[in-house]
Design a protein around this ligand. Sequence first.
Ligand SMILES: [Cu+2]
Length: 216
Amino acid sequence: MPVMFVGACAGPLSTLDTAGPAAGNVATLWWVMLAGAAVLTLLVLALLLLAFLPRLRPAKGSARLWICWLGVAMPSAVLALLLGYALMLGEGSIAHPAPGRMVVAATGHQWYWTFRQPGSNGAIETRGVLHIPVGRPVDVQVGSVDVIHSFWVPRLGGKMDAIPGQINILRIKADKPGVFEGQCAEFCGLNHAANRFRVVAHDADGWARFQSGGGR
Ligand SMILES: [Cu+2]
């Protein structure tokens, strides 16, 4: 059974089989929340058990302990810590200035994606495939021409809504060359489920070839 669960963690759209730092942060937060939820579940089950075993129940319950500490203080502290940690990790998806940073425009359509980025001989436009270099932060300017879509490459980063008339920026980065699957993550009409795309992360040679107009 555990092998079955571990097998489910991989795959082209897995958020746990990460290939870059932004997606790694999302996965780390997920594991931390899973561990925390497991501890709290055990605690609640233990308290439930106490309720059914009068012999183990304290003779006289203290309202102050149960309500103020276990009911208010503990959940508040846990949620505050989790919020702080999530904000810290979320920094990885924000487009801060960074050396080697590359900018690309991603536009959602019903039902496909187009990408536009600078090349050696002028702008390069692609449909359905976004090309990026390995090891460099890529800031994706996410927009839409019709309805709300969402740009999502689970193995490289978080999600970003594509809203008509607005540009939202999401940072992704690939640590290794490869092809990574992307999926629109906001219901955008009848063909939403098939609104997929790919991100190809190139090594230095492949990137130079793409930039000069080859390998598209
Ligand atoms: Cu969609």
